[in-house]
Design a protein around this ligand. Sequence first.
Ligand code: KIV
Length: 280
Amino acid sequence: MSPPLAPPAAPSPTPRAVHPADLAAWKRAGRRFTMVTAYDHPTAQLLDRAGVPVLLVGDSLGMVVLGHDTTLPVTLRAMLHHAAAVARGASRALLVGDLPFLPARAGLERAARAAGRLLSQGGMHAVKLEGGGPTVALTAHLVARGIPVMAHLGLTPQSVHGLGGWRVQGRGPAARAALGSALRELEDAGAFAVVLEGMPAEVGADLTRATGLPTIGIGAGPGCDGQVLVLHDLIGLTVGPTPRFARAYAEVGAAITRAALTFQEDVAAGRFPDAEHSYP
Ligand code: KIV
């Protein structure tokens, strides 16, 4: 049996369940907020109880949990599996699930069906769609069917090959203007928020000022309305180098290694199990 979870360490921005419209209200009030990725039940419980208002079941799960080089191999089935586990662990956070690479490109109807499954079977409250261009029509299509959409612009990982690698986006006037017009189109299409990823801080701040949409930055500087981190980067569980924008607020990876080493030493030395951990 695991011990009861600790009470929330931080007050939540809202004592009730978080809705998409809350993010716009926080933007208007100048209240910065956070989003964190979650992929399983226990971390969803911990993040929810810590007051994190938005949990993202990101397709980054392909890289940080499943060991792929990109997010492209992530299937709808895998997303549903992880989303449902997260949904069972969170009672208050707004839950957003990524529409993975293939269904997002399968045409409006199939994409809508996949997005609908993220809500009906995965327990998500909203989906996140990467990019502008064809994603604008899909955003409008989903919003018209009652599926809230979070947009995602800049270094969009599902387009990593088209972008020529993991490169900072929005450098130079033309690239900056393209981001601005994509953002306007997504706002008009009915998105309720936008992730801005991998762009100069000045571009993140300019886009944030120019839009009514709450912006959630990751590698987009301090001028965004909110900030998102991948859980494994946030808690120091990423093995190997982390991106420049990531800050580890804990050393969970080191704690796991230490625990595993000590366990082995204790077993080898006959210190575990002791009387306390044995049945009389
Ligand atoms: O998949 C993901 O985790 C994301 C965040 C990095 C925004 O899209």
